[in-house]
Design a binder for this molecule. Structure first.
Ligand code: CTP
Ligand code: MG
Length: 335
């Protein structure tokens, strides 16, 4: 590992810019998919408003944070007045309403960590998860979307990394690997760390957007239009960034001592007492701090076995970017 960490970027890395951008373009969903998602949301709003006239529906996750790829499912949050509601009851009622409106595969998962109703719309072919009052997710969705408007290289890197993670089977939280949300946070923090920086730290700037959700104050600078061009002094292309991202996670990240923190735009030390408490209990095999709910470590799903799998995949990807004559094929080879 010590030797490998001294590796420098291949001098001809830029030859991979065009093929990587071609893959990136192919991952972006077509406009008509957006229209179908809107159509489904409108239908759901109609169904929900009959039973709960004051409820609101919000899209969150990849259908709203801009990091969605073709044929993604959509994530919907039903926001309903809190007082005295029983989430399970609401979910069961919702499932009943959806079923009688001919939506397919309707399932209420009331015991899941985040309780949801699942459904498939036979008209648009889109699958959907609906959760209740998960407004923190709606808020972090806006943060990710705002970051994506600052420099297109975030969108490119995140879609490529998500595609790699799905192809290699390391985007499965139930198997101890990382969520898409965690990978996007890793990409944002990585671009905050480049010299010169490609992304600013929005939570470190004067707040223009403030909401309190579940007693957590979420505040950051959201006038991102004036930050377009922030990363322009950095001339790195997508190939160099993909190389550096995997090189970092394969050979440079200090897994035992470091915390990835989009909130501060830095890599923090776990030895900071405050932080050790903040990132929660558990073994901290990889630490990725949630930007708002700082007690939430997105890496807490990772166990002794899956950390090995993850690190081997990072090393495989770094090796391919360094030496493989045809990285754009090998990188995404199904596992
Ligand atoms: N989320 C969260 N905390 C987590 C996991 C997810 O708050 N530990 C929220 C985030 O708002 C995230 C959304 O749930 O955007 C959906 O998570 P996920 O499915 O991981 O990400 P998507 O962006 O929807 O990715 P995919 O395209 O794989 O569905
Ligand atoms: Mg999703």
């Amino acid at each position: 590992r010590m030797m490998k960490s001294k590796m420098s970027c291949p001098i001809d890395i830029d030859r991979l810019n065009a093929p990587l951008l071609e893959i990136y373009e192919s991952l972006i969903p077509a406009e008509e998919e957006k229209a179908k998602q809107k159509q489904l949301l409108t239908l759901l709003e109609k169904i929900v408003s009959k039973e709960w006239p004051n409820a609101k529906l919000f899209l969150y996750g990849s259908c709203a944070n801009s990091f969605g790829v073709s044929k993604s499912d959509i994530d919907v949050c039903l926001a309903i007045e809190d007082e005295g509601i029983d989430k399970s009851e609401v979910l069961l009622k919702l499932a009943e309403l959806l079923q009688s409106d001919n939506l397919q595969n309707v399932q209420a998962l009331t015991r899941a960590r985040v309780p949801i109703v699942k459904l498939m719309d036979p008209v648009t072919g889109i699958s959907c998860d609906i959760c209740i009052n998960n407004l923190l997710a709606v808020t972090n969705t806006k943060l990710l979307h705002d970051y994506s408007k600052i420099d297109v290289r975030l969108h490119q890197l995140a879609l490529i990394v998500k595609h790699w993670a799905k192809s290699r089977g390391v985007n499965e939280t139930y198997q101890g690997t990382l969520s898409s949300y965690a990978y996007v946070l890793m990409c944002i923090n990585f671009l905050q760390q480049r010299t010169p920086a490609i992304l600013p730290c929005l939570q470190g700037l004067e707040a223009t957007y403030k909401v309190t959700v579940d007693d957590i104050e979420c505040a950051y600078f959201d006038q991102v239009d004036i930050l377009v061009g922030f990363g322009a002094p950095n001339k790195e292309g997508i190939a160099q960034l993909v190389w550096a991202f995997f090189n970092y996670w394969a050979y440079c990240h200090d897994y035992a001592n470091s915390v990835i923190s989009v909130r501060t735009g830095r890599i923090l030390s776990k030895h900071n007492k405050d932080l050790t408490r903040r990132v929660g209990n558990g073994r901290h095999l990889i630490c990725i701090e949630d930007p708002f709910d700082t007690s939430h470590n997105l890496g807490r799903v990772v166990d002794g076995n899956s950390i090995r799998v993850l690190r081997e995949e990072f090393e495989r990807a770094a090796h391919i970017m360094q030496f493989d004559p045809n990285p754009c094929i090998s990188l995404f080879e199904p596992y």
